[in-house]
Every structure is written in C-alpha cells, then in structure tokens.
Design a protein around this ligand. Structure first.
Ligand code: PGA
Length: 242
C-alpha cells in the first residue's frame, strides 16, 4: 500500500504572528500521534523561510505553492525551483486552479512540474473540471487533457509526481463529489499516469476526510481552508490511520 499524504495549502493567508501560533499548535497536536503518513504545509513564499525553521526536524515537509518554469533570469516576481530547494522545500504545488484561472496553460504547468523534478522536488500537480464541464459530461476529457501535457513532457518521470484531483466547484464550496465520482476519476488518473500518488482536494475537512480516505485510489488529500486550523488539520492527518 502507498504511504498516504496530507498537504495543507495555506493559499495567500497568514502573518509572522499567526503562522507561529498555527505551527506551534499543529506540532503539539501531532506530538500525540505517530505520523504514519507524509504531511506537508504550503505557506505563501515569503513565509517559507519562517515556516521551514519552525518545522525543522519535525518530520513535517515544506511545500511551495508555485514555482517558475525557468531556472533563473529575467522573470520578475518568480521563484525558481533551486531557490525553493534552498529554502528547504521538498514539494511544490503546480497548476492549482487559482493559478490556471490567471492564465496558466497545461503546457506551462507541465514545464513547472519538470522544473520541480529537475531540482529534486515532488510536484503536486492539480487538475480538475469546472461545474459546467461536469454537468456537460466532459469532466474526464478535461482532466485527461490537463494530465496529457504532463505525460507528454515528462514521459516515465511522471510516475515521480503527485496528482491532486480538485474539481473546481468543490474548492472552498463545502461541496464534495460522491464516492463514485472521486474513485472513477482517480482510477482514470492512475491508469493514464501508471504510477505516482493521487490526492483528492476540495472542501476536505474533519467531517469529509474519513470517507474520502476510505475511497479506493485516494492516496492523500490537498487541504485548503481546514489547514489553517491546527485541530482540524491534525484531525485530517489522524483520519489517514482510521
Ligand atoms: P479547500 O481548498 O480545502 O478550502 O476547498 C482546497 C485547495 O484549493 O487546494
């Protein structure tokens, strides 16, 4: 069985003061449980250094929320994979729907995943359909196209990636797709990719996590809102054992 993984995506939230409290509370929550899964937190890039220092030797991994597709040079506002590794990151989220909504194409997302792998990080590649796509019966087609660009570029290396299936309509909405919808999509993903780990994301919380972990093909979860609450995030981590 694959080792489960829980990734907390803080999005554009936090401050030096609140991060300190959140991480302190999270680490004390986790002290009482054996970490039988991989846990990562993804703060905004300006806090990677702070969060990395607090997490040092805790076993909790540091993830970035995005990475440049380029190694260095004239790319104002971006951080390269090498810089993220220097900060202590071992993972990076790429192609989150909130970034795709800003114009990131499938091919750019694939290049970012490649940059992450080249630097020794694990990319968590987000894919997912809109509500309209789902209602019109093209969810699978949309996700296959998103994944297809990554497979084309990375070939066999695609198996070193994590994929997070995040239906856009489930993100921050409190709505979670049914067991069959999640299981079917992750099965497809696993078939297309042929290896790697497959996460579900979108309104994962203390209440939805246990049933999500019981779904076949779910190797982990990508958690947004609930990762900002130490008790809720720790509860989700504990649910991987149940
Ligand atoms: P959510 O966000 O858990 O708040 O729905 C998930 C995500 O966007 O990664």
């Amino acid at each position: 069985m694959k080792r489960k993984i829980v990734v907390g995506n803080w999005k554009m939230q936090g401050s030096y003061a609140t991060n300190e409290v959140l991480l302190h509370d999270l680490l004390s929550e986790l002290q009482s449980c054996d970490l039988c899964c991989d846990v990562a937190v993804a703060p905004p890039s300006v806090y990677l250094d702070q969060v990395g220092r607090v997490l040092k030797d805790s076993g909790v991994l540091l993830s970035a929320q995005d990475v440049s597709a380029y190694p260095d040079g004239a790319h104002t506002g971006e951080c390269s994979a090498r810089m993220l590794v220097e900060m202590g990151c071992s993972m990076v989220i790429v192609g989150h729907s909130e970034r795709r909504a800003c114009g990131e194409s499938d091919s750019l997302v694939a290049l970012k995943a490649e940059a992450a792998l080249d630097a020794g990080m694990t990319p968590v590649i987000c894919v997912g359909e809109t509500l309209e796509d789902r209602q019109q019966g093209r969810a699978r087609q949309v996700v296959e196209k998103q994944v297809g660009s990554v497979i084309k570029l990375l070939s066999q290396r695609v198996k070193q990636c994590c994929f997070a299936y995040e239906p856009i309509w489930a993100i921050g909405s409190g709505q979670v797709p049914g067991v069959t919808e999640v299981s079917d999509m992750l099965q497809c993903l696993s078939g297309w990719v042929g290896g790697g780990r497959f996460l579900y994301g979108g309104s994962v919380n203390l209440h939805t996590a246990p049933s999500l972990f019981s779904i076949e093909h779910v190797d982990g979860v990508l958690v947004g809102g609930a990762s900002l609450n130490a008790k809720a995030f720790a509860g989700i981590i504990r649910a991987t054992n149940e």
